[in-house]
Structure formats: C-alpha cells, structure tokens
Design a protein around this ligand. Structure first.
Ligand code: TEU
Ligand code: CA
Length: 547
C-alpha cells in the first residue's frame, strides 16, 4: 500500500463559531482560532478542518454561502484568514477547508439573478421546473423540509433545494457552474490551503427525469446518481491533481463497494470519505452492528482506498453522550471511544471538545435551540397536530446543537468562551468539564488523547496495519488485532457499565506481551491476560511481536 502524509495524519475539527471569541460579539472567530493554535498543536494533531466561514446569511451556520471568495463578518476578515493560515503552517500543521458546492445561499448573486427571470443568463445555474398538475414537480423530501421544491411566484416555477429553502441546489449539468466552482477552488488552493472536506459531495448529480420516489421518506435518491463520478473526475483533472492536498468527501447513503468508486486509489476522485452507516443509522450504541460495519468496510477498503473514523462532528451528538456513558464513567468512556477511533483502520477525526470529554446538552425549550434542522422538524411535526412537548423530547438526543455548544475553556463566566453573550447557551457542566481542569489533571481525557495521537506517530501498525476482529458476537467486548509485518497490536475494549471477563485468544503468548496503553491506572504489564476481567469501559492496547 502506498504511504502518504495524509494517511498518517490526524484531523482536528474546529467549529470556529463555538471555539473562542476574541471581540465579545458572542461568536467564536478566526482570531480566536489563531489565539488557541498552541493548544491544538500541543495535542499533536496534523490537520485543522475549519467549518465554513465564507460570507453567508448564516441560516445553516455557514452552509448557505452568498460569496465564495469573501469571509463572513462574524468570522473575521480575509487578512485574519491569511494570518491563520500562516500561523498554522508555522506550527507545521495544515488547514482543510469546508467546500460547500451542492448548493449556495438564496442570497448568492448567482441565485438572485437566476430567480429574476426565465431568460436570464444564470437561470440554468440552478434547478428550475414547471409545476406538475399545479403542484410540486415530484414527491421528493429534502433533508430539512417536507419537499425539495420551493415555488417562486415571479416565474411560476419551482426550484430544488436538498436542504433548507434558503439553500438552492446548483445545477452541475451546467458547464459554467462547474467552471465557476473550479475557479473558486483554485482561488483557495493558491492561497496555500491543504485540503477540502467536501460537503454532501455525492449529491451533485440529480436523478435523470426527476421521477417520483416509491418511498419519499428514504431520501437516498438524492445521492450517488449517474453522472457523479464524471463530475468528480473532472474536478480532479481540472483542479485537484495539480495540488498535493487531502480531500475527504461527505458521502451519505454509500456502501463500501460504492465508496471505493469515490475513494479508490486508482479512481482519480477523492482521497477519503465519510460514510454515515454509524452517524446516521446507529442512533445509540450497538456493538454487534458496529463490528459488522467495521468488518465490511475494512474488507472492501484494505489496500484499495482510505476510510475515516469518527463518531461525532458538528451534526452529530457528542460521542460520550450518544455512544458512551457521560455520567458515572464519563472519563473512562471518553477514553475508550478515543482508543477505538484511533486504533481502527482509517483517518481519525477529533471534534473540538471531544479531547476533554465534553458532553451533549439538554436545554429547556425549543427557543433555546438554534439548529435549523431541529427547528424545522419541530415546526413540521407540531403543525401536524402532535403534542409540542412530545415532539421536543423526541428531538433532543439527535439535535445538532448537542455538539455546537461553545468550548469550555475554564470555570469562569461563559466558560471563558466569550466576554459577551454567547450565540448559543453554554453547557451548564462547564465548571467540572473544561480545558483548564483537563490541563491540570494528569488523568484527564486530554492527556490520554495526547498519548494516543503520539502513539500513532511512532507506530505505523496503527496506520497501515491489517485488521482482524477476535470478538465477533460478544455484545460488550470489542477485541481486535492490527498487524503490520512482525508487529501485532491487540486492542481490548469493554464497552459496558459492568465488569466483563476476557480470555486471551490462543494464538497469543501471554509472556510476549507489552502493555502499550490503558485507561485504568492499576493495570500492570505483568498481569496475566490468559483469564482476566475488564472493568467498566476499560480499554487496553498490547503489543505482541511475532517471531
Ligand atoms: O451535512 C449533511 C447532513 O445532512 C448530515 O447531517 C448528515 O448526517 C450526513 O450528510 C449524512 O446524511 C452537511 C453539513 O455537515 C451540515 O452542517 C449542513 O447543514 C448540510 O450539509 C447542508 O450543507
Ligand atoms: Ca467574535
């Protein structure tokens, strides 16, 4: 397998508006990221992925862009961005930007022109359709609304939006659109950025003929349609192949076989992808389901393509709350989940705050929430006549705001995030869970993450090793081996609130082991593994040298 810098990298995701506010307006900003770069560097990560900070009316927190070559006022200025880039590079790290090109904002000049008349030059830059029998052109649902179609009175046509009404989809069939996007990508790459995280990139090609869906609720018809690979290969040819950068595609509804078409080494499309078999399809922890997913993706990808490992991001509830135990075993559980993500095959992502074990949040009423996906869904369900309280409850666990509360820097006012009024409430647990506490506590999740990240740097087996599951049908224990040449790493995870017995598989010699890492302090290297018991959320890594 080819070795490359990006395969060996660890990405830290900065949701800048919740990172650190330097001017008291309640929003984190690019200057705030600059100020905290040493903190990020200290963790040992290589790449910083910044969520979108392009000019935007901000209906979907920056994913509705009105100017691709300007900076949102809340984030700062172009000079701030250039300084950030320089400062990141000075620290020997890299910057990955979010690329949002399935849709723009309805305030983008392209769309304003497009909607102005049927015969303007930009009409075809978006997807316009005549009404069908006086109604929507078809029955497709969007991510955030009951229909992908929005009626525009002025020209008596509908436009398509896969997300909010304020996010019209671009028409990728139009060559001028594609050229405008490639030009914009070069603009940023020429500034020296090191990669793109490509927002819902598999949605660019729309299903030919726009036929009604049999089951409109399963919106997978929005993605992976014929034509998508031609677009991505063209993008590669026109732009990407001229730069040594990391590209990771956000690819919902994808199987490993189809995933390889996007991220296969021989494909000339993307380097890596995010699939959503976990984040979208596993609402709460399911050990057997998770193992099955890892197995299937590893088999398809090993030696052929590169995967990503993540359990949370700005769209998906913090992992220790959703998939671990954020209560009695918060620290152990946060460390266990980190161990897993950093030792499974693929590129590990750390979402800001994960490294101190930040948790999801539960605000009192829908008014306290900001997430457009949650607010739209709430409105839709309540308008159907459902009990508002019940709807609210049902949306809490997966609200995107669970992950969007500001970083808890210390135990002072507003967790040290802002001098002003934060754009979204701070998680009330900031007095116990914060960066300052973590830095003073040698047992913190933070120092454990730092070790995990350093280990990956020193041990290619964590990056390039083969993967084999030794625990197939165990509900609690996840035991697997990574192998590279003569080095074998055994990872043992007790994903449960209870003690669980463990037996060393016969292929290993107990006398030849070396303890690499453990999230319990009382484990000794010489403790026998032949038959032992793992504590709640205990995680261990051992090395065995093959002779
Ligand atoms: O997210 C796409 C999205 O809807 C995810 O929440 C979903 O889990 C995943 O794509 C698989 O279905 C991206 C951004 O991350 C999100 O913040 C934006 O709101 C959205 O695109 C629209 O740009
Ligand atoms: Ca600010």
């Amino acid at each position: 397998m080819k070795r490359t810098w990006w395969k060996e990298a660890i990405v830290y995701q900065v949701y800048w508006r919740s990172f650190y506010d330097t001017n008291g307006d309640g929003y984190g900003d690019l200057k705030g990221v600059i100020e905290k770069l040493d903190y990020i560097k200290e963790l040992g990560v290589d790449i910083i992925w910044l969520n979108p900070f392009y000019e935007s009316p901000d209906k979907d927190n920056g994913y509705d862009i009105s100017n691709y070559e300007a900076i949102m006022e809340k984030a700062g200025t172009m000079a701030d961005f250039e300084e950030l880039l320089t400062e990141v590079h000075k620290r020997d790290m890299k910057v990955m930007m979010d690329l949002v090109v399935n849709h723009t904002s309805d305030q983008h000049p392209w769309f304003i022109e497009s909607r102005s008349s049927k015969d303007n030059a930009k009409r075809d830059w978006y997807i316009w359709k005549d009404p069908k029998n006086g109604k929507e052109p078809n029955n497709w649902r969007s991510y955030f609304t009951p229909s992908v179609w929005e009626y525009d009175e002025k020209t008596d046509q509908y436009y398509m939006h896969s997300f909010a009404v304020e996010q019209p989809d671009l028409n990728w069939k139009n060559k001028e659109v594609r050229e405008a996007i490639y030009k914009m990508m070069r603009f940023w790459l020429d500034k020296g950025i090191n990669g793109f995280r490509m927002d819902v990139i598999n949605l660019l090609a729309k299903l030919e003929g726009f036929p009604d869906a049999e089951n409109p609720l399963n919106i997978s018809y929005l993605g992976n349609n014929p034509g998508i690979h031609e677009y991505l290969q063209e993008m590669h040819e026109e732009v990407l192949k001229h730069y040594d950068v990391l590209t990771v595609g956000e690819i919902p509804f994808v199987t490993p076989e189809d995933g390889l078409k996007y991220a296969g080494e021989d494909r000339n499309e993307l380097n890596t992808l995010f699939h959503f078999e976990i984040a979208d399809d596993m609402p709460t922890w399911d050990m057997l389901g998770y193992k099955e997913i890892q197995e299937r993706w590893h088999k398809a990808f090993y030696g052929k393509g590169w995967n990503s490992q993540f359990l949370n991001n700005h769209d998906h509830t913090r992992q220790v709350t959703r998939y671990g135990n954020d209560n009695e075993y918060r620290i152990e559980s946060a460390k266990l989940l980190g161990t897993m993500i950093h030792t499974l095959p693929g590129m590990p992502y750390v979402f800001q705050g994960e490294e101190i074990g930040m948790t999801g949040v539960r605000f009192h009423s829908i008014e306290d929430y900001n997430d457009i996906a949650m607010k739209n869904k709430y409105k839709e369900e309540v308008e159907k006549g459902r009990d508002p309280e019940e709807v609210f409850e049902s949306l809490l666990l997966l609200s995107r705001d669970n992950s969007r509360t500001p970083i808890q820097w210390n135990s002072s006012k507003n967790a040290g995030f802002t001098e002003g009024t934060p754009w979204i409430n701070i998680n009330p647990n900031y007095k116990e869970i914060n960066v300052e506490e973590a830095l003073h506590n040698p047992n913190s999740v933070y120092y454990y993450y730092k070790k995990l990240i350093a280990l990956r740097k020193e041990n290619p087996v964590m990056v390039y090793g083969d993967y084999e599951d030794y625990s197939a049908d165990d509900d609690h224990l996840y035991v697997y081996v990574r192998t590279l040449d003569h080095v074998r790493w055994l990872v043992i995870l007790n994903h449960s609130d209870h003690n669980t017995p463990f037996k060393l598989p016969a292929v290993f010699n107990d006398k030849e082991k070396r303890l690499v890492l453990s999230n319990y302090n009382d484990v000794k290297e010489e403790d026998s593994l032949i038959e032992t018991t793992l504590g709640p959320h205990e995680a261990r890594i051992y090395e065995f040298i093959k002779r």
